[in-house]
Design a protein around this ligand. Structure first.
Ligand code: ATP
Length: 224
């Protein structure tokens, strides 16, 4: 982190970080990642499945299956990279610990953690949430199903930059800024996708990549 901080005001490579349960990964996730790539011009986005999500029930589908589905979903997109670092750790998959690891792996790059509006609103429940900006920038993406407006936490006052200037601002320093992207990805959630898979509702095939659907059938996931 120190090396990257020293380089403030120089244009840095920007790496996106996209964590989630991905139970399963769906087209909303993929559109979110593509929109961030197009908007921020990240050189890559590291897609990181949580082994043990701290804020959700432990998924019945294993982290290995969820990671395998992520791999299939992003196989044709060279800038999306599966990162299984959270699968190698014991205990809850705290994002702050992942960021610490990524910062040691990428000392000279700017990092940007992306998340949906729902995750941002719950951020104060995250482990050591006030330290997140010491490691990365935050890009918060609207969710089509959320009617309430997206509000900045008081603790983040003074950190917000307009999305139009975010690409330059995020590459000029390693961490510490927030931007809101109001362009919402399609209204898809993993919870609803699981329910549709359980009910063998064919509409789900428009919401997940074909290779992920195939994997789910072959491994008989989400049947109960
Ligand atoms: P669930 O419905 O089970 O809560 P999810 O669809 O939110 O799951 P996650 O893997 O928990 O999937 O999501 C990872 C991240 O992607 C979160 O920050 C979430 O807010 C964001 N996200 C997921 N789907 C969308 C979407 N359709 N639009 C915007 N953000 C999304």
């Amino acid at each position: 982190m120190i090396a990257a901080m020293r380089r403030k005001n120089h244009k840095m490579e920007l790496i996106g970080i996209f964590g989630g349960t991905f139970n399963p990964i769906h087209n909303g996730h993929l559109v979110l990642a593509q929109t961030v790539l197009d908007t921020l011009h990240c050189t890559q986005i590291r897609v990181i499945p949580a082994a043990v999500p701290p804020h959700k029930e432990t998924p019945a589908v294993t982290a290995q299956h969820r990671a395998a589905m992520v791999k299939l979903a992003i196989q044709s997109q060279p800038k999306l990279v599966l990162d299984t670092c959270e699968l190698d750790r014991q205990g809850p998959s705290y994002t702050i610990e992942t960021l610490h690891l990524l910062r040691t792996r990428f000392p000279d790059q700017a990092l940007c953690l992306m998340m949906g509006q729902d995750s941002y609103q719950k951020l104060p429940t995250w482990h050591r949430w006030l330290e997140l900006l010491d490691y990365c920038h935050l890009l918060v993406v609207h969710r089509a199903d959320k009617e309430q407006s997206l509000t900045l936490h008081a603790e983040h006052k003074g950190k917000l930059v307009d999305i139009a200037t975010a690409p330059q601002a995020f590459s000029a320093q390693a961490n510490g800024l927030i931007s809101f992207l109001t362009q919402a990805p399609p209204d898809i959630s993993s919870t609803r996708t699981r329910e549709q898979l359980r009910q063998a509702d064919n509409a789900v095939r428009d919401q997940i990549p074909p290779a992920v659907w195939q994997y789910i059938q072959e491994n008989r996931l989400y049947k109960t």
